[in-house]
Each structure stands twice: as structure tokens, then as C-alpha cells.
Unconditional design. Sequence first.
Length: 111
Amino acid sequence: MSRSVENISVEKCKGCGKLFMSPVYVCSACGSEEFEPEVIEGEGKIYTHTTIRIAPEAFMDQVPYHLAIVELPHNLRLTARIDLKEGEKMEIGRPVSCIRKDDVGYWFELR
Ligand SMILES: [Zn+2]
């Protein structure tokens, strides 16, 4: 079964083309303050991960939930929710794909 992979919105420096996760105000490479929207494919791998069992009040009804820092192309990293299926386990280096974005942020699943 093939699923569609969601794109991730990023910011592209108009000075040098370097990509950043938003929001960004000054380019760390060239000092430019001008950016334009860009998207990258939501495919990456788990850089580090954790499972939240005690959450801020707004998220208490969702525990336990899974968070990972996902390493994306272009040296970008993103904190995202991981939608784990029964029996699945997060591991560093595990490939993940972005499946959706909602008001808590981007969601990935194991590939
Ligand atoms: Zn730049």
C-alpha cells in the first residue's frame, strides 16, 4: 500500500538559498532578513525520541504520546508527533514519513 507523503513548510533565504524551519528572522549563513516560503518532502529519520506520559494540561487527555526530533533533508530538524501503530517502536535512525499536520504540529509514522 502506498501512501502520500505530506510536504513540510520551510523558509528559504533569498540571499543564499539556505533552508530553515519557520519562523526564522535572520539567515545564519549570509545575514539576509528576507525569506520566501518553500516546501520539502516530509521524509526523514528519527534523530531522538521520547514518550510523554505527564503532559501540560492541554495535552493530558492525549498521554501517552510520542515525540521525536526528525532529521530531514537539508540539515533540518523538526519536533513532531509519531503515530505509532500497535507493536511499533521508535528507534534512532528509523525512517519516518510525514502523514499530516494539525494544530499540534506535524505527524509522522514509521516507514
Ligand atoms: Zn542566507
